[in-house]
Design a protein around this ligand. Sequence first.
Ligand code: S3P
Length: 171
Amino acid sequence: MRNIILIGFMGVGKGTVARTYARIFDAYAIDTDDLIESLENKKIKKIFAESGEAYFRALEKKTAEWLETSVQNAVISTGGGFYKQPNLNQIGTVVLLHSGFDAILKRILSHPNAERKLAKRPLFADREEARALYEVREPAYKEVADIVIDVENKDPETIARELHTLIGEKE
Ligand code: S3P
């Protein structure tokens, strides 16, 4: 299986969809933020606070290079800014999970751990700034995606099955 690489805005559900897909279709789910946290032995929030965003983006680059050379048969969820990596299409089939900003906010706020979900994302600290970032990012995501899935009001299993069908049609 060619890797599947999920891109999209913070909180859209990339990690959940990756894990659901892996469970149903017997693949490995990995997450670029988790890889970066284990590489640095620090939470993303701490990396941003102590070393800044540019340092974090360099870690994303290092991770993208490692994924390309060393990972197969995986469904990979990524941080919302990972789509900028130039070798994205060499890592796997790029799939954008698309949702409106308000639905994303609602999804985060309805989670029992909503405060923690927001707190761990430095670029979500200010909601209006996050909304502005969303407006810039969404068209850029579409440019690099091989497949776009509208995930609004769908449960993770429905999305995973839709993804599987669309991937099958591509191959
Ligand atoms: C970021 C998204 C985050 C994380 C970091 C930067 C971004 O990941 O990588 O805080 O630039 O959009 P999620 O998309 O999982 O929140």
